[in-house]
Design a binder for this molecule. Structure first.
Ligand code: ATP
Ligand code: MG
Length: 414
C-alpha cells in the first residue's frame, strides 16, 4: 500500500481529471460508495471460487461481530447501492466511480494491495450499443492521455447455459491432458475450469491455445449480440482482436468481455477490463436488470504514462510573497488577503517562518511561482513593492502598492 507523495499527486489529479471530464462529456454520473461492505456481498457476487474471494480479501469482524470486507472492486458495491436506493426501477443508469480497492495479492510491479480504479457501470440496457459505447469511450481516453500503444481484445462468454455446455467440453479436454496442468490449473479443473484459460503461466500457453473455443459454443442470441457489437465498433473505426481465451477473473460476466492491454508493463499488462453482467442484479436479490461496465487500474495507467515519457502538466503559482522584518510581514499579510479578495483566480504563496533573503528566494523557486513580490524597509517607506520575474531574465520592477491588483490581474490573465 503506497503513499502518494506531493510531487506525484499532480500526475494523479491530471489522469483523474482527464478521465472524469471524458465520462461527464458522455453523460455519465458519478456515484460514491463506502469502502467497506458486508463480506457476504462479495461472496455472492464475485463468486466463491475466484482468486479474489478465495485468497485476496481483507475481511474482518467489527465490534458487533458483523463480517465486513474492504472492497476488492467496485461493481458489487455499485449494484448494492443502486438496489438499495431504487435506482434500477424502470430506468437506465450510466454511472462512474473512483477510489481505492484492496486485495491481498503478492505485491509486484503493477500489482499492489491497495490500488485505485475508475470504474463505469451501466444498468437497464441489454443491447450491444451500450457495450460499444463503453469501448469507444475508453478508446478515446488513451490518446487524450497521450498513449497510443494500447490494444483492445474482445470475446463473448455467451449465456450461462452456453457456458455450461462449453464447460463440459473444457473439462473433458483438460482431463485428457491432466499431467500437463500446473498446480493452479489442477485445482481449477474441479472448481472453475474456465479460469485455466486465463492462466498467466507461459508453460500453460500451448495447452490453452489448443483448448476448445467458447466462440464455437455460443447461443444464437449471444452470437447476434457479438456480431452487432463488432459492426458498431467497425463503424466507429475502433480496432480490436478477438481473443478466445479472454474469460475475465470474476464469475458474473456474460456475453461481451473486453480488455485493453499493453506489452509495456510486463506480466501486468491489462490497464482496463470489463464486460456485460446481466445476471448480477438478480443474483443479488433484485429483479433482473441488464448491465455492462468496466474498470481501469490507475497505477498501471500512470506507470505507462511515465514509461512513455508523457508530459504531465506542471503545477505552478503566480506569485510568492517575500518579506523582510516584522513591519513588512504585517503589511504583506494584509496585502496578501486583499489581493486574494480582488484578483480572481490568483495563486499566491505567502512566505511563512521568516528566513534570510536567500532562503526565501529558494522557497519561492521551489514553489514554481512565476513572480516574487518583495516587501522590505524601502518598499514600506515608499508605498511600493518590488516585482521580480523568477522564470525569465529581466529587471526587477517597482510597483505602487495601489497598482498591485492591476499588475497581478495582468499576470493571472496572461
Ligand atoms: P489481473 O488479471 O491483472 O489480476 P483482474 O482481472 O484481477 O486483473 P479486475 O478485477 O478486472 O482485474 O480489475 C480491473 C483492473 O484493475 C485491472 O485490469 C488492473 O488494471 C487493475 N488491477 C487489478 N488488480 C490490481 C492490483 N492488485 N494492483 C493494481 N492494479 C490492479
Ligand atoms: Mg487479479
Amino acid at each position: 500500500m503506497h503513499d502518494t507523495l506531493p510531487e506525484q499527486t499532480p500526475r494523479w489529479q491530471h489522469v483523474e481529471k482527464t478521465i472524469a471530464d471524458l465520462l461527464v462529456a458522455y453523460g455519465y454520473d458519478e456515484i460514491r460508495m463506502p469502502i467497506v461492505e458486508m463480506t457476504d456481498l462479495f461472496c455472492r457476487s464475485i463468486g466463491e471460487v475466484t482468486d479474489i474471494v478465495e485468497k485476496e480479501m481483507y475481511s474482518f469482524q467489527d465490534r458487533n461481530g458483523d463480517g465486513l470486507t474492504l472492497r476488492p472492486e467496485g461493481t458489487a458495491s455499485c449494484v448494492r447501492a443502486c438496489m438499495e436506493n431504487g435506482l434500477l426501477h424502470n430506468q437506465t443508469q450510466k454511472l462512474w466511480y473512483k477510489g481505492p480497492m484492496f486485495r491481498h495479492e503478492r505485491p509486484q510491479k503493477g500489482r499492489y494491495r491497495q490500488f485505485h480504479q475508475i470504474g463505469v457501470e451501466t444498468f437497464g440496457m441489454a443491447g450491444p450499443d451500450i457495450d460499444a459505447e463503453l469501448i469507444c469511450m475508453t478508446a478515446r481516453l488513451w490518446p487524450a492521455l497521450g498513449l497510443n500503444d494500447i490494444k483492445l481484445e474482445l470475446n463473448s462468454l455467451g449465456s450461462s447455459e452456453a457456458r455450461v455446455n462449453y464447460r463440459k467440453k473444457l473439462v473433458e479436454y483438460y482431463t485428457e491432458h491432466q499431467a500437463s496442468l500446473d498446480e493452479d490449473s489442477q485445482r481449477r479443473l474441479s472448481t472453475n475450469p474456465m479460469r485455466i484459460l486465463d492462466s498467466k503461466n507461459p508453460a500453460m500457453q500451448a495447452l490453452n491455445e489448443n483448448a476448445p473455443k467458447l466462440m464455437d459454443y455460443l447461443d444464437d442470441d449471444s452470437k447476434q449480440h457479438f456480431e452487432r457489437l463488432r459492426e458498431l465498433l467497425d463503424a466507429a473505426g475502433v480496432e480490436y482482436t478477438i481473443n478466445p481465451r479472454l474469460v475475465r477473473g470474476l464469475d458474473y460476466y456474460c456475453k461481451t468481455v473486453f480488455e485493453w492491454v499493453t506489452d509495456q508493463l510486463g506480466a501486468q499488462g491489462t490497464v482496463c477490463a470489463g464486460g456485460r453482467f446481466d445476471g448480477l442484479v438478480e443474483q443479488l436479490g433484485g429483479k433482473p436488470v441488464p448491465a455492462s461496465g468496466f474498470a481501469m487500474g490507475l497505477e498501471r495507467l500512470i506507470a505507462l504514462l511515465e514509461d512513455n515519457g508523457v508530459d504531465f502538466p506542471q503545477q505552478s503559482t503566480h506569485a510568492y510573497l517575500v518579506m523582510f522584518g516584522t513591519e513588512a510581514e504585517k503589511l504583506g499579510f494584509q496585502l496578501a488577503e486583499q489581493l486574494r479578495n480582488e484578483v480572481a483566480g490568483l495563486k499566491l504563496v505567502l512566505n511563512c517562518n521568516g528566513g534570510s533573503f536567500k532562503s526565501q528566494f529558494k522557497r519561492a523557486d521551489k514553489s514554481n511561482a512565476q513572480y516574487a513580490i518583495i516587501i522590505g524597509e524601502d518598499e514600506i517607506k515608499n508605498g511600493t513593492v518590488s516585482l521580480k520575474n523568477l522564470r525569465e531574465k529581466s529587471e526587477q520592477q517597482t510597483v505602487q502598492q495601489s497598482e498591485l491588483v492591476e499588475e497581478l490581474n495582468k499576470i493571472v490573465r496572461g
